[in-house]
Design a protein around this ligand. Structure first.
Ligand code: FE2
Length: 178
């Protein structure tokens, strides 16, 4: 691990990017989203998977670029774990962010992310990261190899609140749901 930016070097490392086009549908202002460059890389994830047996762990990092769609911060897709008993650690390397958490009753809140902040994500909480600063937000994570990703609830219903820039400050704004 390069502790300057959280990046990984070595064997068994995978990497993926998310472009704006892949996550454009997450944002509230779809007119503003259509004006964005679909090829912009919003975030990059690296992870190392040394083993796949029961109880194995994965380690990874995420770099989330700064930016907004209208007044909504760039963010990751967000997910529940398929196995709701599989928790996860996030730790912030650099940048300013917000860790959005939502329970299965769809109550949403967030924890501020700053260099050195450590976040324990209980296995039954959906989690998403937003970059509320002007530089890349870099974090490392450790989670169970068999946690799985359940994107369906977030893809269908989103989180129950959005993190918007209000007077220059991040504010969690609830949205009316049908
Ligand atoms: Fe996760």
């Amino acid at each position: 691990v390069n502790w300057h930016d959280g990046s990984l070097q070595g064997e068994h490392i995978s990497q993926s990017h998310k472009t704006f086009g892949q996550i454009a549908g997450l944002f509230q202002d779809q007119d503003a989203a259509r004006r964005m460059d679909a090829n912009t890389i919003v975030y990059t994830v690296q992870w190392v998977s040394p083993a796949a047996h029961e109880g194995a762990l994965l380690w990874g990092n995420t770099t989330l670029e700064p930016g907004r769609v209208a007044d909504e911060y760039f963010m990751t897709h967000g997910h529940f774990h398929q196995r709701r008993d599989r928790s996860e650690f996030y730790a912030t390397i650099s940048g300013e962010g917000a860790l959005l958490l939502m329970d299965e009753a769809r109550k949403t809140w967030f924890e501020p992310m700053t260099a050195g902040s450590l976040h324990y994500i209980a296995g039954n909480l959906a989690h998403r990261v937003a970059n509320v600063g002007n530089i890349p937000l870099r974090l490392v994570a450790c989670w169970h190899a068999d946690a799985g990703h359940d994107y369906s609830e977030i893809a269908k219903n989103g989180f129950s609140a959005r993190l918007l820039c209000r007077d220059g400050i991040p504010a969690l704004v609830g949205e009316a749901r049908e």
